[in-house]
Design a protein around this ligand. Structure first.
Ligand code: PEP
Ligand code: MN
Length: 278
């Protein structure tokens, strides 16, 4: 039987010497823990600013989609450019760097003008022309794992951005399709240590989309922190019952501070220097 490795090379604990990625003064990776929170979708100015205010004390960045990849073309597609302006206002008001999705390469300039981190959604993980274009920007890229992508495919997708000259790529596990219909996706937390063995790129976990139900978001968040994730990107809403997208999985904004505290505690146990952007 093989003797378990003991060298520091295979020590999965975070090291403060891991190269981090600087996002407007927030270090992602490098032994820290980055909590990104916000609504699935920018629905209105009031909603976005309310959520931004609610998470500002505990989150290091604000997420929110202006361009939404919806399974049905009849579902709300996001506010588009109007949504980007709302995110700009939220950034100015809270100081939180913005994470928002780019769907169409034609919107790259406008999205990059507001976004500190450009999100590539699961459905676009293998959109190679989009990835190639992002290789030429100076914005960090959050690359979400495709619905049926292997880790090899995720890493090769990241190579498109890296080889294009942009070294600031953050990977994100968000759940994959499995035979199990009891939840939307199967959150593959083994991806965290498995990716960390193969890359020094930061690895985040999205604990919202796999459960599809808010009750399961916190357990998956705590598990992600315990698994060694460099951070979490989670959906939060001030009025989930009336959300236009993903309301059933959104944490209540009023409960976010307690959630963040519990996640930080587990991240600390996992050896993280807990980073808060305030
Ligand atoms: C989202 O972050 O709201 C989203 C659509 O994520 P994914 O691409 O992982 O489904
Ligand atoms: Mn969503």
């Amino acid at each position: 039987m093989a003797i378990p490795p003991t060298s520091t090379e295979s020590d999965p604990r975070p090291s403060s010497t891991d190269p981090g990625i600087d996002v407007a003064g927030v270090e992602v990776g490098a032994g820290g823990f980055t909590l990104i929170a916000g609504p699935c979708t920018v629905e209105s100015r009031d909603q976005t600013l309310a959520v931004a205010d609610a998470v500002a004390g505990d989150a290091a960045m604000l997420r929110g989609g202006a361009f939404k990849p919806r399974s049905s073309p009849r579902s709300f597609q996001g506010l588009g450019h109007e949504g980007l302006e709302i995110l700009r206002e939220a950034r100015g008001r809270t100081g939180l760097p913005i994470v928002t999705e780019l769907l169409d390469v034609r919107d790259l300039e406008d999205v990059a003008d507001v976004a500190d981190v450009i999100q590539v959604g699961a459905r676009n993980m293998q959109n190679y022309p989009l990835l190639t274009e992002l290789g030429g920007t100076d914005r960090a890229v959050l690359l979400k794992r495709g619905l049926a992508a292997t880790l090899d495919e995720l890493l090769m997708a990241a190579d498109y951005v890296l080889d294009g000259g942009n070294p600031r790529v953050i990977l994100c596990e968000r759940g994959i399709r499995s035979h199990e219909p009891a939840y939307r996706f199967t959150l593959d937390l083994l991806a965290v240590p498995a990716l960390k063995e193969r890359t020094s790129l930061p690895v985040l976990v999205d604990p919202s989309h796999a459960p599809g139900r808010r009750e399961w978001v916190e357990p998956m968040s705590l598990a992600a922190a315990a698994a060694g994730a460099d951070g979490i990107i989670v959906e939060v809403h001030d009025d989930p019952e009336n959300a236009l997208c993903d309301g059933r999985q959104a944490l209540y904004a009023s409960e976010f501070a307690g959630y963040a505290d519990r996640v930080r505690r587990v991240a600390e146990i996992a050896g993280r220097d807990v980073a808060v952007a305030v």
